[in-house]
Design a protein around this ligand. Structure first.
Ligand code: AMP
Ligand code: ZN
Length: 275
């Protein structure tokens, strides 16, 4: 069932081709492990990219799980770490930012650093597409977060495949599980007996996203299909958003690191510059 739904999404939104060299960003959690497993089953040419963010036991366990899973399923794995690439682990970065009284949320910092590293590695390793384990719950939450903070321009970059960002240095990011509920993925992962981490990241607790997640889940207890309705609504206004924010493309090169970005200096370099 889940496999067929994923195949349908890939077909309908032309997410992947059979001759693409595909990188799957695998965290060691249920979502990204499930999409890696299903894409391999569907006959796609997949390899795994894992980023070790350095959160003590949590990251060590994730890395172990990813290594075992890839070995068992004969999938090539590439591992990179914040410590090697950026000189600091995520908890170290967090400590420095707190000490310097710089108010950036853990998840935003980690998200920027991770996306940047995944894109750079996918590009240098010659991948055509970068797949993530984003699901329906993530999609609905992200749209609401941008709505509640009036950041429509950010929504223009969401959707099953990255729409606006159009640059030679950018590996297209796709989300084949865009229409699959988190609960359905969890059931599948448990049924398959995947050895994955079902716990949330220990640094996530205070994130704004968490508030939205809880509110949305509570609201769904009384109202069915809210998540499908939110993403359905979003996809309907997507063409308008893309047109409205056409100028928001990442067509500049960061003055410091040379990666694609829309300002003079990319967000990753702003964060690292603060350390
Ligand atoms: P999150 O932002 O934690 O919801 O993660 C979104 C997606 O990013 C996941 O489904 C994975 O595909 C990818 N991802 C998250 N953490 C990692 C990691 N440590 N290494 C590689 N990919 C990751
Ligand atoms: Zn930069």
């Amino acid at each position: 069932m889940i496999k067929e739904k994923i195949a349908r999404t890939i077909g309908k939104y032309r997410l992947l081709n059979k001759n693409d060299k595909i990188a799957v960003a695998v965290s060691g959690g249920k979502d990204s492990t499930t999409i890696l497993y299903i894409l391999k089953q569907l006959g796609y040419n997949v390899e795994a990219l894992h980023i070790d963010v350095g959160i003590r036991n949590f990251s060590r366990k994730n890395l172990d799980n990813v290594k075992h899973f890839c070995a068992e399923n004969k999938i090539k794995l590439h591992v990179f770490s914040y410590k090697n690439e950026y000189s600091y682990s995520l908890p170290e970065i967090q400590q420095i930012l707190v000490r310097k009284n710089i108010k950036l949320k853990n998840c935003s910092v980690c998200g920027v650093l991770r996306r940047n590293l995944l894109n750079k590695k996918a590009r240098t390793l010659g991948f055509d597409k970068l797949v993530t384990g984003h699901n329906l719950d993530d999609a609905a939450q992200e749209f609401l977060m941008n709505l509640f903070t009036a950041r429509l321009s950010l929504s223009a970059r969401l959707g099953p495949k990255t729409g606006l960002i159009d640059s030679k240095g950018f590996v297209p990011r796709v989300k084949p599980m865009y229409f699959i509920r988190e609960k359905e993925i969890e059931r599948f992962s448990k049924k398959q007996g995947f050895n994955v981490n079902y716990c949330a990241c220990p640094l996530r607790a205070l994130a704004y996203r968490n508030m939205i997640r809880i509110a949305l889940d509570n609201y769904e207890k009384e109202n069915k299909n809210v998540k499908e309705n939110i993403t359905g609504y979003f996809l309907k206004i997507m063409p308008w958003l893309e047109k409205r924010y056409e100028n928001n493309k990442e067509i500049n090169k960061c003055r410091s690191c040379g990666e694609s970005c829309k300002d003079e200096i990319c967000m990753k370099c702003v964060i690292l510059g603060n350390l």
